[in-house]
Design a protein around this ligand. Structure first.
Ligand code: UD1
Ligand code: PEP
Length: 420
C-alpha cells in the first residue's frame, strides 16, 4: 500500500493546474447511458473513481474509448447489454447508484446493488428510490439489490425533496429527461456540478430549466443524442490547494480555478486571513497576515461544502484563537480529528461540532487516511508540521486527487510517494 512522506516547513509558491471535477465527471459519464449515440467528454481527470466508473459502464456493455493520448478525452456510447450494477463495483464507489435512473429511463429496468454506508456516514438512498417511484417505477429490495421496473416507461410528476440531496437530484434529473411529460424537482440541490450536468444533458437534447433556482423543470423527450462536453474544473480540488497556500503562508495561482463556483468558501477564506482573487488564468490565493480562527457550518451549496471541512480543520488547527466547525451533512465526518491530534492539534468533538484551539506548531507523525478529504487534511498538516509525516492508506486520496505529490512538489513542498 502506498503512502506519502512529507517534510514540513516549506512555503508553497507557484502554479497548480486544477483538473476536471470528479463530482461532475462521474455523473457526466453516467449520462452516456441515456443515448445510443456518442457522448464525448473532455477535461477528464486521471483519478481512480473515473476508472471505476469506466468499469461500470463497460459492465453495462457501453464502449468507452480514450480518444487522445493523455486519456483526458472519453468517448462513450453503444447499446446497453446488461442492466445490472454489481456489488463489487458499487461497494467501491457510491456514485455507482446514479446509473439507476438512466437505466430505468432507457431500458425500463435496472438491478443495482445497494451501496450501503461508508466511513463518513450511513448514506441511505431512500430519496432516490421514492422519487423514482413517484415517476412510476416499481421498486423492490432483495438480496442487497434494488430491483426497479417501469414496464410502461417513466411518467413525469412533481417531486418534493425533503432534503436537497445532490445524488437524488442527479438521479431523478437524468431519469426525467426520457420520462413522458413534465417533471418538477422541488428543493433540488444547486451544486455547480448539477449545473454542469444540466448543460450537458441539454446539449444532448434534453429540455431542462431552472438550474440554480432550487426547482428543476424537465420536459421529457423521446430520445437524447450525442454531444461533446468539457467537464468543469474541480472546485474542491481548487479549494484544497487554496488551503495549502493558506496553511503554508504561500502564494498559489490555481490554473483554471473559478471563484464563482466556491460559494461560501470565499468569505470563509477572507475571515481566516486568506485572499482569493480571480485572475485571467485562474484563482490567485495568498495569505495576507496571520491565520485567524473562524466558525464554519457545512451546508448544501452555496453554503460551506462538507467536502472542504477536513481541509479547513487542518488549517485552523494552526490558526490564532479558537474555531468551531459544525458538520450538518454527514454524521461521521470527523475521522481526521484523532489523526490531527496525534500531530499536536487541539481539537475536541462534541456531537456534530468540533472545537479547534489553534496551536503554535504541529509535529510530524505517522498518520492514517480514513477517507478522501480526510487524507488531504493530513497532507496539509504535514506541510507545516515540524519533521516528517507519513500518511498511509492513500488509496482514499487517489479516488479523487490526481498527481498530488507532483503538483505540491512543483511549488516547493517536500513530499514523496513511497510504494511499500
Ligand atoms: C459523487 C458525489 O458527487 N459526491 C458528493 C455528493 O454525495 P451524495 O450525492 O451522496 O450526497 P447527498 O447530498 O445525496 O447526501 C447528503 C446527505 O443526505 C443524506 N441522504 C441522501 C440521499 C438520500 O436518499 N437519503 C439521505 O438521507 C445522506 O445520507 C447525507 O447525509 O454530495 C455530497 C454533499 O455535497 C458530497 O459530500 C459528495 O462529495
Ligand atoms: C464524499 C465524497 O465523495 P463520494 O460521494 O464519492 O464518497 C467527496 O468527494 O468528498
Amino acid at each position: 500500500m502506498d503512502r506519502f512522506l512529507i517534510y514540513g516547513g516549506n512555503r508553497l509558491d507557484g502554479e497548480i493546474a486544477i483538473g476536471g471535477a470528479k463530482n461532475a465527471g462521474l455523473k457526466l459519464m453516467v449520462a452516456g447511458l441515456l443515448t445510443a449515440e456518442r457522448l464525448t467528454l473532455t477535461n477528464v481527470p486521471a483519478i481512480a473513481d473515473i476508472a471505476t466508473m469506466l468499469d461500470l459502464l463497460r459492465q453495462h456493455g457501453i464502449a468507452v474509448e480514450k480518444t487522445d493520448e493523455s486519456g483526458r478525452t472519453l468517448s462513450i456510447g453503444g447499446d446497453i447489454t446488461s442492466v445490472e450494477a454489481p456489488y463489487d463495483i458499487v461497494s467501491k464507489m457510491r456514485a455507482s447508484i446514479l446509473v439507476l435512473g438512466p437505466l430505468l429511463a432507457r431500458m425500463r429496468e435496472a438491478r443495482v446493488s445497494l451501496p450501503g454506508g461508508c466511513a463518513i456516514g450511513t448514506r441511505p438512498v431512500d430519496l432516490h428510490l421514492k422519487g423514482l417511484e413517484t415517476l412510476g417505477a416499481e421498486i423492490t429490495l432483495e438480496n442487497g439489490y434494488i430491483n426497479a421496473r417501469a414496464p410502461n416507461g417513466l411518467k413525469g410528476d412533481r417531486i418534493l425533496l425533503p432534503f436537497a440531496s445532490v445524488g437524488a437530484t442527479e438521479n431523478l434529473l437524468m431519469a426525467a429527461t426520457l420520462a413522458r411529460g413534465r417533471t418538477e424537482i422541488v428543493n433540488a440541490a444547486r451544486e455547480p456540478e448539477i449545473g454542469d450536468l444540466v448543460a450537458c444533458l441539454n446539449a444532448m437534447g434534453a429540455r431542462i430549466t431552472g438550474q440554480g433556482s432550487g426547482t428543476l423543470v424537465i420536459d421529457g423527450v423521446e430520445a437524447l443524442h450525442g454531444a461533446e462536453h468539457a467537464i468543469m474544473p474541480d472546485r474542491i480540488e481548487c479549494g484544497t490547494y487554496a488551503c495549502a497556500a493558506g496553511i503554508t503562508g504561500g502564494d498559489l495561482l490555481l490554473l483554471g480555478g473559478r471563484i464563482g463556483d466556491l460559494g461560501a468558501v470565499v468569505s470563509t477564506f477572507e475571515e481566516a486571513g486568506i485572499e482569493a482573487v480571480q485572475e485571467e488564468r485562474g484563482l490567485r490565493v495568498r495569505r495576507t497576515g496571520p491565520l485567524r480562527g473562524v466558525d464554519i457550518m457545512t451546508e448544501p451549496y452555496p453554503g460551506f461544502p462538507t467536502d472542504m471541512q477536513a481541509q479547513f480543520m487542518a488549517m485552523l488547527s494552526v490558526a490564532e484563537g479558537a474555531s468551531m466547525i459544525t458538520e450538518t451533512i454527514f454524521e461521521n465526518r470527523f475521522m481526521h480529528v484523532p489523526e490531527l491530534n496525534r500531530m499536536g492539534a487541539r481539537i475536541n468533538v462534541h456531537g456534530s461540532s468540533a472545537i479547534i484551539r489553534g496551536v503554535d506548531h504541529l509535529s510530524g507523525a505517522q498518520v492514517m487516511a480514513t477517507d478522501l478529504r480526510a487524507s488531504f487534511s493530513l497532507i496539509l498538516a504535514g506541510l507545516v508540521a515540524r519533521g516528517e509525516t507519513s500518511v498511509s492508506r492513500i488509496y482514499h486520496l487517489d479516488r479523487g486527487y490526481e498527481g498530488v505529490d507532483r503538483k505540491l512538489a512543483a511549488c516547493g513542498a517536500r513530499i514523496e510517494r513511497i510504494r511499500d
